[in-house]
Design a protein around this ligand. Structure first.
Ligand SMILES: CC(C)(COP(=O)(O)OP(=O)(O)OC[C@H]1O[C@@H](n2cnc3c(N)ncnc32)[C@H](O)[C@@H]1OP(=O)(O)O)[C@@H](O)C(=O)NCCC(=O)NCCS
Length: 150
């Protein structure tokens, strides 16, 4: 196990990581959403600080990623709210602590922008993510999601 963590590299996401991200997402969700990720990672790259998009790499392979944001950053008025937008770990590499390492690295980076509160949105049915965020110390916030079907 220590050998495993010795090999784990956390670094900033690069545009050429996109194939790995698309692969991880396909493994997790069972469908391929390349356009979605091109839009999110490449076209929207300017909306997040570069050190808020991280990947976990082992032996040259990206096995997990996390995308974070700082509210107001793109408009040069960062405030104290940071976001975890998306996290995904290759199913072959889950349950080894990689998501936790990624999230802790992201939180450290977000704090540099004076973030003291981190938000994330999770689907109520997404038990893996709910359990993970619970294990990270997240609790239910004050906002609720209102829906009107029209
Ligand atoms: C949720 C997810 C990020 C967890 O990744 P992981 O690398 O397996 O998590 P870790 O091993 O770092 O676990 C960290 C903590 O969360 C807990 N945890 C993680 N997944 C859990 C689960 N399914 N059930 C219970 N606890 C869980 C671990 O027990 C651990 O707790 P500890 O710190 O008390 O030991 C991963 O399962 C995932 O990527 N799921 C898909 C998410 C998704 O849909 N993303 C969008 C598309 S890519």
């Amino acid at each position: 196990m220590s050998n495993f963590f010795d090999k784990l590299i956390i670094r900033q996401l690069r545009p050429d990581d996109i194939d790995f991200i698309v692969d991880i997402d396909t493994k997790v969700l069972g469908e391929t959403r390349r356009d979605y990720w091109v839009n999110k990672i490449i076209k929207q790259a300017d909306t997040r600080p570069p050190d808020a998009s991280l990947v976990a790499e082992i032996d040259g392979k990206v096995v997990g990623f996390i995308l974070g944001e700082v509210s107001g950053w793109e408009f040069k008025v960062p405030n104290n709210i940071g976001w975890i937008d998306t996290i995904g770990i290759d199913p072959d590499y889950q349950n080894r602590g990689i998501a936790k390492v990624l999230a802790n690295n992201l939180i450290t980076n977000l704090k540099r922008y004076n973030v003291d509160t981190i938000y994330t949105l999770v689907n109520w049915n997404d038990w893996d993510l709910l359990q993970f965020f619970h294990a990270m110390g997240f609790s239910r916030g004050d906002m609720i999601n209102l829906v009107l079907k029209v």
